[in-house]
Ligand binder design. Structure first.
Ligand SMILES: C[S@@+](CC[C@H](N)C(=O)[O-])C[C@H]1O[C@@H](n2cnc3c(N)ncnc32)[C@H](O)[C@@H]1O
Length: 351
């Protein structure tokens, strides 16, 4: 027996199917949009060279930073070298917002070039030279490719520990490393049994000196990973260290040490993003990673008694007083001395 459905019923079924299909299509589309929003990289400000204005001092609220889709926040007072130490004050005081500082570390606004740039971008020249306070010379090196030795076994470390204990020079900078060791030695009571970071490491001579002084653990941070097979040494990217500290501030470090590394930050030589203030931002990152009262022993190439410095693009910066004042922002300066080609600063994060 044939059942004939009235034609209006057929029409109704047809319209319902079309409606259901349309609703399911719209739902799918809106889900995809949500997914895209959640996984997208943060937008980098479209303004041409947002770092160029040295007077940008806007600091973001914590809520701004929590939203991963927001623009990378501006560098703020860290990059404002017109801010100077007030007379009678022994610290150059600047507004540091550690959430913004760590956000910029994870999402840098500068571009990465491989091979590295041979000249500073013309529109950034003023900022790269700190308004002419650093003389510009061109000296080019490409260290953005993989380096030779990236694994240090417990045997390697044992050998270096023995050399250092026997007072045999094993630092990569000869006389300079030796004099820096003497400075570290003067602070051994404060370093003993403590946990800290070494920023920039091609060969772990600093880490070994610190172990011989009795530190508990050293985390090496660099743009490029190295591997240690030793219970007291480990490697972490700077951004991973920042994440850990953001999630658990009790993991801030007791000390930081850096020899001949920060002067390269932002010049692109090691495959890092171009940033005229890379060294100043790196020092601020270290400040945020330290506990109050912690020491930061820092050595960069430079001349004592000279206000001006030199930028050997893209090799390194050579520091005069003007840049040293900026790199030490918000730290108390305990000592300033010459190792040979480097200036060593002993800094303390105020309590
Ligand atoms: C000239 S090497 C010397 C490192 C160390 N003094 C040594 O003798 O092994 C400089 C190193 O610092 C690293 N570096 C520079 N700025 C850095 C930063 N802001 N964060 C992490 N690593 C950095 C570079 O990737 C490079 O490996």
């Amino acid at each position: 027996m044939k059942i004939r459905l009235p034609s209006f019923t057929l029409k109704g079924i047809f319209v319902t199917i079309i409606l259901l299909l349309a609703v399911s299509f719209m739902a799918k589309r809106s889900n995809t949009q949500v997914d895209r929003k959640e996984t997208s990289a943060p937008r980098v400000s479209n303004r041409k060279n947002p770092e160029n204005s040295v007077l940008q001092t806007r600091t973001n609220t914590a809520d701004d930073v929590a939203d991963d889709t927001k623009s990378t926040p501006p560098c703020g007072q860290i990059c404002d070298y017109s801010i100077r130490k007030k007379s009678g004050d022994h610290i150059l005081r600047k507004d540091f917002n550690c959430r913004d500082i760590f956000f910029r570390l994870k999402h840098p606004s500068g571009q990465t070039f491989k091979p590295p740039l041979k000249n500073p971008p013309p529109e950034m020249l003023q900022d790269f030279t700190q308004n002419g306070t650093l003389k510009l010379h061109i000296r080019y090196l490409d260290d953005s490719k993989k380096r030779n030795k990236t694994t240090f076994t417990s045997e390697d470390i044992k050998k270096l520990l023995k050399l250092d204990n026997d007072q045999i020079k094993m630092g990569s900078y000869g006389e300079d490393s030796d004099r820096f060791k003497k400075i570290l030695y003067r602070y051994r009571d404060e370093l003993k049994d403590k946990t800290g970071i070494v920023i920039g490491s091609q060969s772990p001579w600093l880490e070994v000196m610190l172990l011989n002084l009795g530190v508990k653990h050293v985390t090496t941070v660099d743009y490029n990973p190295v591997f240690f097979d030793h219970p007291q040494l480990s490697f972490k990217l700077m951004s991973d260290t920042a994440d850990e500290i953001t999630n658990d501030p009790s993991r801030r470090m007791d000390f930081a040490v850096s020899f001949s590394s920060l002067e390269h930050s932002g010049l692109g030589r090691y495959g890092d993003p171009i940033n005229p203030y890379g060294d100043l931002e790196a020092a601020a990152q270290v400040w945020c990673m330290l506990k109050p009262g912690a020491l930061f022993l820092l050595a960069v190439p430079g001349r004592l008694g000279s206000w001006e410095g030199t930028l050997y693009f893209n090799m390194h910066r050579d520091y005069g007083g003007a840049r040293l004042e900026q790199i030490a922002a918000n730290f108390e300066e305990l000592e300033r001395g010459k190792t040979k080609k480097h200036i060593a600063l002993v800094l303390r994060k105020p309590v």
